[in-house]
Design a binder for this molecule. Structure first.
Ligand code: 5GP
Length: 126
């Protein structure tokens, strides 16, 4: 099944420079920036520059160069923010996809969250 990418989504506009962002890191294929409504002291969004809707889309169709660049950018963001579980208290990496994942912005993004105790991954009551 083909993934339909909406190039009017807010992250596409950020990538085109049409709306501002608070950049943490930019590489050849990847942009990392602060979430506008942070849910933890560290809340960075890492996105590929390519037009991918979800993590599964990216994992299936991105080039090796894009995947390596993205993955290394995540490591760099963790190092820059000091939330890594090796030297720091740890973090959470979340990527919501589609309706059941309650994805708000249809451009693949990885949330890097840290700086406070984050609780259980899913609320068992939901
Ligand atoms: P999702 O629910 O799709 O996984 O997460 C989308 C995230 O994008 C949310 O955490 C939301 O706060 C963030 N967001 C939405 N619009 C903007 C924006 O214009 N700028 C930034 N920096 N973050 C945004």
């Amino acid at each position: 099944m083909a993934y339909a990418y909406d190039d009017q989504n807010i992250f596409a506009k950020i990538l085109r420079g049409e709306i501002p962002n608070n950049t943490v890191l930019e590489t050849e294929h990847t942009l990392a920036f602060a979430d506008i409504r942070p849910q933890a002291p560290t809340h960075v969004l890492v996105i590929p520059k390519g037009a991918y809707v979800t993590y599964d889309h990216f994992a299936a169709e991105a080039s090796d160069a894009e995947i390596v660049d993205f993955t290394r950018a995540v490591a760099k963001v963790v190092e820059m923010t000091g939330v890594g579980a090796d030297a720091g208290p740890g973090a959470r990496f979340i990527s919501n996809a589609g309706e059941h994942g309650v994805q708000e912005v249809p451009h693949f993004h990885l949330h890097v969250l840290g700086g406070r105790m984050l609780g259980r991954m899913l609320d068992p009551a939901e």
